[in-house]
Design a protein. Structure first.
Ligand SMILES: [Fe+2]
Length: 179
């Protein structure tokens, strides 16, 4: 009798360990997030480091909210947000080049991770490459990232409201959240 109880107890511990390890597995987003913030933490220029972390985190939050309201893949949106300005902060590159270079960095990370399908990498990288072109209309994921970027900038500095197409995008994004 004692043997049976002991055997079942061992089996329970084994199953609990299995469940615990499964729960502790990092998702693809969590791994990408750890990678990006680890790189940001190495930026020596303090204002640039703070901007990298605060703006990326804000875009991540805004894109999550908008992705849910627009029924777009939250995971792809959040990973695009993580990398969308990556080159701006890591390479301190010219603003005119930052979207294209950030998409190349994202492509390198996503390909090397071997956890993403080709079409997922293409969707994410295209959204990053296009995110500066706020006057153009692109795929739903591109539009989501552009609007989240504008909403994030507004929330970071509400005293400086956007104008023109950015203002219209902000109004439309807020309307989406309200519905
Ligand atoms: Fe940007």
């Amino acid at each position: 009798m004692y043997d049976v109880v002991q055997k079942n107890a061992h089996r329970c511990v084994f199953l609990l360990n299995l469940l615990y390890n499964k729960a502790m597995e990092l998702t693809r987003y969590e791994k990408a997030k750890a990678f990006v913030y680890e790189q940001f933490a190495k930026i020596h220029n303090e204002p640039l480091r703070i901007a990298a972390i605060s703006h990326t985190a804000m875009v991540d939050s805004c894109v999550t909210l908008l992705a849910i309201t627009r029924s777009i893949s939250v995971e792809k949106a959040k990973i695009a947000a993580l990398f969308h300005d990556y080159a701006q902060y890591i390479d301190n590159c010219a603003h005119s080049e930052h979207a294209r270079l950030s998409s190349l960095h994202a492509h390198q990370y996503l390909s090397q991770s071997k956890e993403f399908k080709v079409y997922e990498i293409d969707d994410i990288c295209f959204a990053i490459a296009q995110h500066s072109k706020k006057e153009l209309f692109d795929s739903p994921l591109c539009e989501l990232l552009k609007d989240a970027d504008i909403l994030a900038r507004f929330l970071e500095n509400p005293d400086k409201p956007p104008t023109g197409i950015r203002r219209q995008r902000l109004i439309d994004a807020l309307a989406d959240i309200q519905t």
